[in-house]
Design a protein around this ligand. Structure first.
Ligand SMILES: *Cc1c(COP(=O)(O)O)cnc(C)c1O
Length: 360
């Protein structure tokens, strides 16, 4: 039969999300399942955000504020910028989509790294754009190679910083060199989903770049604020760019609960602190135990660790599932002998180590 689906869609390898807890319980008949697969916050959502959403429930007969006025105003203050610098999205995933729609002509190309956030490639391909990739160097974005790869067709460059799934980052010096002399027709997207976990001194101050460079910075409430389920992210860029992205988005892309949650989460400093502490401590615990197991891993500035398990990571993932521990296999990322584990609570990390030991 002739397919009615557009040709470029037929070729796409769909996004495989981390397995949901409920699904594993149902399929394997398990009672106690932990998920360390999607870099979510193990402490739950920000309590202030939960309270704010509860207060908003009675307004759900109304459409959300299409302009996101109050949330943008609060974010602008938080970032020391203006609301005109900000575009809200239904998660930063949607902003990736909006950016491509707004800036990349059908015959222009997107550039990113081989082993990075899959959505750049998938969303770009769904939109029929060509996505070119450059290999990582020692698990890090190789900005020198990336710059060499730029040609007349290149319009958009995605850099996940820190990178997912490796947890590495590009320094402010590397980024400065990269941006110096970049062709004027190229836009650079810095996706900083994990910025809240950073504890190094040479991480770029990306917001200082948006005034004079073609830079768009992406942020999300999904990770450190624990709000992956409400879908809220934002882009920060020059007002001219932001205005056209606003035109390209759907009018009610950010729902009413997400707007309420975002405003409250920004004020939940205590929760953010506790999250940071939990991740830092958990990461050190995991490093220690991986060393004891003789496993190589990539040191991470984010809330997850890429681990070389020395054999097929998909098999390790499947075996761990049977013991109720969900990690991420890296098959779709092309990293065969690896798994990625999200740092959890103390108890979750202990259980992960115990099960990993058993499975190996
Ligand atoms: C998790 C993640 C996101 C967040 O996506 P949302 O749509 O905001 O949940 C964005 N970029 C990277 C690199 C991520 O790992």
């Amino acid at each position: 039969m002739i397919s009615l689906v557009r040709k470029h869609i037929l070729k796409i390898d769909p996004y495989e999300a981390g397995k949901p807890i409920e699904e594993v319980k149902r399929q394997l008949g398990l009672k106690e399942v932990i998920k360390l697969a999607s870099n979510e916050n193990p402490l739950g959502p920000s309590p202030k955000a939960v309270a704010a959403m509860k207060r908003s429930l009675s307004e759900l007969n109304r459409y959300p504020d299409s302009s996101g006025f109050y949330l943008k105003r609060k974010l602008a203050k938080f970032l020391s910028l203006t609301p005109a610098n900000i575009v809200l999205g239904n998660g930063s995933d949607e902003l990736i989509d909006i950016i491509i729609k707004t800036f990349v002509e059908e015959d222009e190309h997107i550039l990113t790294a081989d082993h990075t956030f899959l959505e750049y490639k998938i969303i770009g391909s769904v939109k029929g754009r060509t996505v070119n990739c450059v290999p990582l160097k020692y698990f890090k974005y190789d900005l020198v190679a990336l710059k060499k790869k730029i040609d007349r067709k290149t319009k958009l460059i995605f850099i996940a910083n820190p990178n997912n799934p490796t947890g590495t980052y590009v320094t402010k010096y590397e980024l400065e060199d990269f941006l110096k002399g970049l062709p004027h027709g190229v836009i650079v997207v810095l996706d900083e989903a994990y910025d809240a976990f950073i504890d190094v001194d040479d991480f770029p101050n990306s917001l200082s770049l948006i005034r004079n460079q073609n830079v768009i910075v992406l942020k999300t409430f999904s990770k450190a604020y624990g709000l992956a389920g409400v879908r809220l992210g934002y882009a920060v860029t020059r007002p001219e760019f932001a205005a056209y992205m606003e035109i390209s988005r759907q009018p009610f892309n950010v729902n009413l609960l997400a707007q309420a949650a975002g405003m409250a989460a920004l004020e939940d400093r205590a929760f953010l602190q506790k999250t940071r502490r939990t991740i830092l401590e958990g990461k050190n615990y995991l490093y220690d135990n991986l060393k004891k197991l003789g496993l190589a891993y990539v040191p991470s500035v984010a809330n997850f660790i890429l681990i070389d398990v020395g054999k097929d990571g998909f098999e390790v993932f499947r075996e761990m599932l049977k013991f109720g521990v969900i990690v991420r296999h890296m098959r779709q990322y092309g990293l065969k002998n690896y798994i990625r584990v999200t740092v959890g609570t103390k108890r979750e990390n202990e259980r992960f180590v115990k099960v990993l030991k058993k499975v190996l």
